[in-house]
Design a protein around this ligand. Structure first.
Ligand code: NAG
Length: 337
């Protein structure tokens, strides 16, 4: 039977479970469905207001509108948030200017797309690039990562874009990167996890993967309060180091552009940004989609009826296969700045 090989608080599923399921227990791997009333979703977003401020069930109070007009502030310029959506060949990225990480990237892979272009599609021909579409003061910089101790971790992996050198090059924009623990995570367990998503194309004609960072609260052992703590790399500090990463995987048997009748095989995973021994089963990182929604603030597949969704791990073995070559490929030294 599997026994946890690590005990660091950030790694135990107990603390993850505490957040996702609101359980006070630190017992390993609680897996029940989340309770109807979980921790409240973080407050935020909602701008710009789609309507002027109203009271009394939507009727603008004439006395109020005569004396204040909060929305009028926007005539001086809309502060944001701006999400810097970038459409690349293999993925779409949505960037968070505050953390200098993606919010998420959405990929599409197929059995055909994973074939390597004989003329290119090699990561040796790509270099990491700052994304000049992002205003300078919100941009992630190469120098922020330099000597940070973290890998520039692809969210849409380079190996998912071997079908063309151009597509692979696009995965090297820093808007597709988050700081990831290198040895033991990005170059190991996470790489095997990415390989798992590619293996899904053996059974599914279309695989869509949403990947992104999370900043999850953890119980402070001193005062018992939940707190979000993360490092910020760069000098001056610029790029947040996520505490966790997620993937939502959506697999379909056929890839017909307009069919829309396919059932979706769905699974969501959350992993700590930390060393994970290869012995830890992949299924121990599976979480309910609703739990991922609550922790990310994102809504997934809300237009798909529940009857069309089924459990991916119920029909495909959710496990990693350790291939040591991943290690060598990802460990290519960073170019010296
Ligand atoms: C990929 O990036 C490399 C390094 O910047 C560049 O030399 C090469 O021309 C790019 N290839 C394509 C097809 O964009």
């Amino acid at each position: 039977m599997f026994k946890p090989l690590y005990t660091a608080p950030a790694l135990t599923l107990g603390s993850l479970g505490l957040f996702f399921w609101g359980s006070g227990s630190s017992a390993p791997a609680p897996a029940p469905a989340p309770p109807a009333s979980g921790p409240p979703a973080p407050v935020g977003g909602g701008f710009p207001p789609s309507k002027p401020p109203t009271r009394n069930n939507g009727v603008t109070d004439p006395r109020t509108s005569a004396i204040v007009n909060p929305s009028d502030f926007f005539k001086y310029g809309f502060p944001g948030p701006i999400h810097d959506l970038q459409k690349r060949s293999e993925f779409v990225s949505v960037y968070d200017r505050q953390t200098r990480n993606p919010y998420y990237v959405v990929e599409h892979i197929t059995p055909e797309s994973l074939k390597k272009d004989p003329e290119g599609g090699d990561r040796k021909n790509s270099i990491f690039k700052e994304d000049e579409a992002i205003p300078e003061r919100f941009r992630a910089h190469l120098k922020d990562y330099f000597r940070s101790g973290y890998d520039r971790g692809h969210q849409a992996p380079a190996a998912d874009a071997k079908f063309s050198q151009d597509a692979m090059n696009e995965t090297f924009y820093l808007t597709n990167m988050s700081p990831q623990v290198g040895a033991g995570f990005n170059r190991d367990y996470w790489a095997h996890f990415e390989d798992f998503t590619r293996r899904l194309t053996q059974q599914y004609a279309s695989v869509r993967i949403v990947t992104g960072p999370l900043y999850l609260p953890k119980k402070d052992p001193v005062d018992g309060k939940f707190k979000v703590t993360y490092e910020v790399i760069g000098n001056p500090p610029n790029i947040a180091v996520p505490t966790h990463f997620f993937k939502l995987v959506v697999a379909e048997k056929s890839f017909k552009k307009s069919s829309g009748n396919d059932e979706l095989a769905v699974a969501a995973f959350v992993m700590p940004n930390d060393i994970i021994p290869n012995e830890v089963p992949l299924t121990s990182f599976e979480v309910p989609v609703e739990a991922l929604e609550r922790s990310s603030g994102l809504e997934f597949l809300k237009l798909v009826p529940e009857t069309k969704k089924k459990s991916l791990c119920g029909e495909f073995k959710c496990s990693i296969i350790v291939r040591e070559f991943n290690n060598n490929v990802k460990a290519l030294p960073a170019p010296k700045k």
